[in-house]
Design a binder for this molecule. Structure first.
Ligand SMILES: Nc1ncnc2c1ncn2[C@@H]1O[C@H](COP(=O)(O)OP(=O)(O)OP(=O)(O)O)[C@@H](O)[C@H]1O
Length: 282
């Protein structure tokens, strides 16, 4: 029995390539991620990208976030503002800077804003009454374990608190999806667990709350993702590697029955090995 169904595309990437000058970094990247509907569960999607260092994950992410125009191809997202006809899906449009939340490896916080002020700033464009905004901010800060430190400035926070603030700023200011470039690097075991819990909260806040992230921790990628792509160098006919990054493998954890599980099973472990092999071969 199917435990989920696919609705409209939330992200459609068509033949994307990026070159810097003469050097092609990534090419021929095509994939579509669709909204997933599960009976009686509010569920956004979690999409992981893994691959060896320098294969182009951050480069792809900048295009997905609309921060950089790809040299080839297009990144399309659901146009949530467009009028929707009865029984039809929202149309797609090209992603623009600001549509998507992006937390880079070197995220920056406002030095002169407290957490509370940064959250208010992140929500400034939302047309909610002030009291509603305040309620929403308070709830998020409590859920994310930041309420007690809400009047503190970035230099008065721990690394984990700073990172959660950066992520939350993006969650509150973006509407489509949120992209995180190595969100777990540099976090201790406790903070990794906090971040995992925080992502689950985002995912469960709205059906369209999609998280896209990359990591070198394959166990963590398998634990969190319901769709996982390996970005690597494809193999030429003569067995050598073609040194331009592309999607060499896709693992759909939903069809394998491994998504949204509380326990890390032997099947999850086997999948980790399969993914590592695909990474090493590319
Ligand atoms: N602005 C730029 N100009 C020229 N080359 C660039 C630029 N940005 C990235 N590159 C090159 O693109 C390649 C891919 O880099 P990218 O940071 O996207 O890889 P990555 O897969 O995210 O790596 P890592 O896992 O180490 O973060 C690298 O060889 C890098 O030197």
């Amino acid at each position: 029995m199917a435990t989920y169904q696919h609705a409209e595309a939330i992200l459609h990437v068509e033949n994307v390539g990026v070159a810097y000058g003469e050097k092609q970094i990534i090419e021929h990247i095509t994939f579509t991620e669709k909204d997933v509907l599960r009976p009686d569960v509010v569920q956004g999607q979690t999409i992981a990208f893994v691959g060896r260092s320098g294969r182009g994950k951050s480069t792809l992410f900048r295009s997905l976030a609309g921060l950089e125009q790809p040299t080839q191809g297009e990144v399309m997202i659901s146009d949530l503002q467009a009028p929707i006809k009865e029984g039809e899906n929202p149309p797609l449009r090209k992603v623009r800077e600001g549509d998507v939340g992006f937390v880079s490896q070197n995220y920056v916080l406002f030095r002169h804003k407290t957490i509370q002020q940064a959250m208010e700033f992140a929500m400034r464009k939302q047309s909610l009454p002030a009291a509603e905004k305040d309620k929403k901010i308070t709830q998020y800060l409590k859920d994310w374990g930041l309420y007690a430190v809400r009047h503190q400035y970035p230099n008065e926070l721990s690394g984990g608190q700073r990172q959660r603030t950066a992520i939350l700023e993006q969650v509150l200011s973006s509407t489509n999806y949120i992209i995180l470039d190595e969100p777990f690097s540099g976090l201790d075991v406790g903070n990794i667990q906090n971040a995992i819990n925080a992502f689950r909260l985002i995912n469960q806040s709205h059906e369209l709350a999609t998280i896209i992230f990359c990591t070198h921790d394959i166990d963590l990628a398998v634990e969190m993702a319901d769709s996982l792509y390996v970005l690597g160098y494809p193999t030429n006919a003569d067995g050598t590697l073609h040194p331009v990054g592309t999607l060499v493998k896709h693992f759909d954890l939903k069809t394998r029955g491994l998504a949204w599980k509380d326990h890390f099973s032997p099947e999850h472990k086997a999948l980790v090995e399969e993914i590592k092999e695909a990474i090493l071969a590319s």
